[in-house]
Design a binder for this molecule. Structure first.
Ligand SMILES: Cc1cc2nc3c(=O)[nH]c(=O)nc-3n(C[C@H](O)[C@H](O)[C@H](O)COP(=O)(O)O)c2cc1C
Length: 316
């Protein structure tokens, strides 16, 4: 996209966006699991300048996660099998949420469970009232690193049941985070929308594995893991594109390999309303702030006054 007017290159860009019922100050957020549970990134930038801080997924109970090693670098990305380590909902609300509130950050709470009931219980801890500064609940249906059950987001009935259970508990907007490891993504996106999801977050990690050259054994303590980073960016673009084409009115948060202004813009052109930055944060903890500034500069340089101006351009 070449700019439509040189005159516009000096104009301010309004970076605020709307994702369903949520108005965000900026189109760029953090991605769940890649910047901790609280204000860990505050040393690297102003959290209030981001669209939101999306915290690592929390369950109703404290959870220890998987054995080390939990992360492993690969070409153009990384593998992880952290296994959803977390303090549990009650401790997070007590200890971590106030730290985010004191930064004036908008917060997206991510929750997970092993059963529909556990998702319901996690949501119930939050309760039906407003819980400043939480602006939305992202339901992680797509973690590839938990043993004992498959990926919820590969089962349309289970995914719909989880979303219904969460929607019954909270009045906040609910986003369903889906998996790219299935060819039924478009149908599942429709089912979670019908179950009450305000938006879908696309995508979680891609199933992967690396071996240790000395032992021939898996490099991660868990065996398999999830691939993320630049390597999966085209997977995310395709997922966002296909869901947007099939469900033009369903708000989409795009995530996967966003590392600069153009990769963020590309997801928005594919159909995302907003984007998240994950793995790039491991190489550079300031990445979400840098990408936010980069996207703004990219839009300005191309003569656009808002992310909305390029949203879904691939479909026009
Ligand atoms: C170390 C690590 C931990 C993650 N933990 C979570 C998590 O707790 N919940 C979740 O929904 N996604 C989790 N993700 C997935 C990311 O939020 C994101 O969907 C995925 O990594 C793709 O984006 P990226 O390429 O920008 O990292 C994790 C990713 C990584 C790399």
């Amino acid at each position: 996209m070449v700019g439509d007017s040189r005159r516009d290159s000096a104009s301010p860009v309004d970076m605020s966006v709307t994702v369903g019922r949520v108005h965000l100050r900026h189109a760029v957020m953090t991605a769940s699991g890649t910047s901790g549970h609280a204000d860990e990134l505050a040393a690297y930038g102003d959290l209030a300048s981001l669209g939101a801080v999306v915290v690592k997924s929390l369950s109703v109970m404290p959870w220890a996660g998987n054995p080390a090693p939990r992360v492993h670098p690969v070409a153009q990305g990384m593998l992880n099998a952290v296994g959803l380590q977390g303090p549990g909902m009650a401790a997070w609300l007590r200890d971590d949420l106030p730290r985010l509130a004191s930064c004036d950050a908008a917060v997206v709470l991510s929750i997970w469970g092993r059963t529909v009931e556990e998702y319901r219980e996690a949501a119930a801890v939050l309760g039906a009232g407003a819980r400043d500064p939480i602006v939305a609940v992202e339901v992680n249906l797509s973690c590839p690193n938990m043993s004992g059950h498959g990926i919820f987001a590969h089962d349309a009935d289970m995914s719909a049941a989880v979303i219904s259970a969460v929607v019954e508990q909270v009045s906040l907007p609910v986003w369903a985070k889906l998996s790219p490891n299935t060819d039924r993504l478009v149908a599942i996106a429709g089912r979670v929308r019908d179950a009450g999801a305000d938006a879908v977050t696309l995508v979680n990690t891609v199933l992967g594995m690396a071996l240790d050259p000395d032992t021939g054994r898996p490099a991660l303590g868990n065996g398999g893991g999830g691939l993320s980073g630049r390597a999966i960016h085209p997977v995310a673009v395709r997922a966002v594109h296909d869901v947007r084409a099939a469900h033009p009115d369903l708000p989409i948060v795009g995530v996967g390999g966003v590392a600069d202004g153009w990769s963020a813009a590309e997801l928005i052109m594919a159909g995302a309303d907003a984007v998240q930055v994950g793995t790039a944060t491991f190489a550079d903890p300031a990445a979400p702030f840098r990408v936010a500034a980069d996207l703004e500069a990219w839009l300005r340089a191309h003569g656009h006054r808002s992310p909305g101006a390029i949203r879904g351009l691939a479909h026009r």
